[in-house]
Design a protein around this ligand. Structure first.
Ligand SMILES: [Zn+2]
Ligand SMILES: [Zn+2]
Ligand SMILES: [Zn+2]
Length: 284
């Protein structure tokens, strides 16, 4: 236990795949975000728990580490939701090689689905032309909890194939010291078996972080917007996983939501949701 909280969650990036403003986009929303700056500058999604457990390794990790004073040498474990490029940029992990780029660095243990393992291996082979041992990989499976660095982590299947049946995307139920975080993105409204699993196993959830790629708009497919988030919230309430003490944070925004941060906040506030921004820290 540290002070009066048990887990510290820090969002590093809070955008969808194309970043927000998007790299090459000149739409009105991107223009407004560029003008506003601050919380409207969103890198690709990732987060860190207690400065040591990283969730996802997007192409913007280096920039996030500089912008928010993240000491990447403290990262011991990396859990990856899925292999899409906005969540996993394995070639960048080559810089953790103690022989070449990172003197004194310890191994980073990587946990993820089969595609994550394959992409990691290919990236390392591409870079070093031989197998490496500084990013050991462990494949994880849906509904099979594993222990890592004092956390109990359960991968839950996301509704997020994007037409690729091999991409068994996950989101994560994470527990430590009696506190529970449900960290989700890149999923539509959860699969029924996931709701059933949460009902039977999750108990009380303290913080729910939700995909909100489409902001005020509904998606109902591979992602969510606030209308979909409300469906998830109602289901979790109905089955007793959440109550008035549970906090909700919406995350992973696309410029296609047509809203900048303050507009998202205005809408989110009506439902008691907080809007994530890059660098945001919450204590659980
Ligand atoms: Zn994504
Ligand atoms: Zn745009
Ligand atoms: Zn994705």
């Amino acid at each position: 236990m540290m002070g009066d909280f048990f887990m510290k969650l820090q969002y590093l990036g809070t955008a969808a795949a194309e970043a927000f403003p998007a790299l090459f986009c000149q739409c009105e929303t991107c223009k407004r975000a560029r003008e506003k700056g601050g919380k409207d500058i969103r890198g690709r999604s990732g987060a860190v728990l207690d400065d040591t457990l990283m969730i996802d390794f997007p192409p913007d990790v280096y920039l996030h580490s500089l912008r928010f004073g993240i000491d990447l040498t403290k990262i011991e474990n990396l859990i990856v939701t899925h292999s899409h490029m906005d969540h996993f940029c394995p070639v960048e992990l080559s810089t953790a090689s103690p022989d070449y780029y990172a003197h004194g660095m310890h191994p980073i243990h990587v946990f993820g689905n089969g595609n994550v393992g394959k992409k990691l291996e290919n990236a390392m082979f591409g870079e070093f032309k031989k197998p490496v041992d500084f990013v050991p990989f462990q494949r994880v499976y849906g509904y099979q909890p594993f222990s890592v660095g004092g956390y109990e982590v359960t991968p839950l299947p996301a509704l997020h194939g994007m037409g690729d049946p091999s991409e068994d995307a996950f989101f994560y139920l994470i527990r430590k010291d009696g506190k529970t975080l449900l960290y989700t993105h890149d999923t539509g409204i959860f699969f029924e078996p996931v709701f059933a699993y949460l009902k039977a196993n999750a108990g009380h959830i303290d913080l729910v972080s939700l995909d909100c790629t489409f902001g005020k708009l509904p998606d109902g497919a591979n992602h969510m917007g606030i209308p979909d988030n409300l469906v998830v919230k109602a289901r979790l309430e109905e089955q007793g996983n959440v109550d008035a003490s549970t906090r909700y944070i919406i995350n992973h925004f696309s410029h296609n939501c047509h809203s900048i941060h303050e507009e998202l906040e205005e809408e989110a506030a009506k439902h008691g949701f907080l809007v994530a921004y890059d660098g945001m820290t919450v204590e659980i």
